[in-house]
Design a binder for this molecule. Sequence first.
Ligand code: NAD
Length: 288
Amino acid sequence: MAEMKKAGVVGAGMMGSEIALCFAMAGIRVVIKDIQMDFARAGLDRAGKALDKLVKKGQFEVSRRDTTLSLIETTDTYDAFQDADVVIEAVAEDLDVKKRTFADLDKTCQPQCLFSTNTSSLRVTALATAVSEDRRRSFLGTHFFSPVSMMKLVEVIPGLETEEPVVSRVMDICQAIGKTPIRVKDVAGFAVNRLLHAMWIEAERCVEEGVATPEDIDIACRLGLGHPVGPFQLMDLVTNELTLNIQEILHQTYGPRFMPRPVLRQKVDAGHSGRKTGKGWYDYRGRK
Ligand SMILES: NC(=O)c1ccc[n+]([C@@H]2O[C@H](COP(=O)([O-])OP(=O)(O)OC[C@H]3O[C@@H](n4cnc5c(N)ncnc54)[C@H](O)[C@@H]3O)[C@@H](O)[C@H]2O)c1
């Protein structure tokens, strides 16, 4: 792979902070931007905590901890993106916010800088229209999975105008930061969310029909299917709002097979988001 000196990540939230960490762990300098400096710093703290977990598990050398984190620069402007080789956008899942971010990046970054979005549900080709025609050739999707420091997969999604060498280069970059990329078409839900939500909807249907409780379905998936975590535990982690939001997009695109179940809507109506609010499919209040 041609030498890569610096990456830029926009959005220092749950995903952006750990995406930045993966570059730093690979020895690549990375700048992470948020709308406020304290949000960017909170992202660096989150990256530090994720790295500490890896150290604790024996998956990263403690002696490299501080030098790794020192490769992450925090900012609330785009100035430090001028010499980035690749930028990854991980701001809120909102078409206008993402388009504005890319328009700003387009003005700042070098012509050869590669642009990627971590969107989970928007069309990569539609987001690419936020940048100049020339830049669209270097624009694609890189869909990481949470927690990014632990999950190996990246769905690499070329847009309509993405050039083939750009796809190869981004696949190489993913591998360089310890990920396994797969190429996926620019369709709603890409591949993983289509598979995941088909299963989650069936799990919710089982609960509605009284086939089994959420707890028992989680046990079934862990012990019968070898999944590391059950569907209801995972929904509680990603929040029921985000689950509903993605299912609504899948429903609009693919029709009845992805119709969100009433039992999920009820959880959202009740404000039972999951771990974030202390209650979801499980009750976390009073738990550590
Ligand atoms: N959470 C997941 O499991 C997951 C998985 C895959 C993909 N994604 C996608 O990743 C993206 C980020 O998700 P997240 O969970 O990290 O969200 P998050 O809310 O944790 O973080 C988003 C961050 O972006 C910042 N931000 C908003 N506008 C900005 C701007 N103009 N410039 C700089 N920063 C800005 C926010 O302040 C916030 O810190 C979304 O597109 C989401 O769909 C999320």
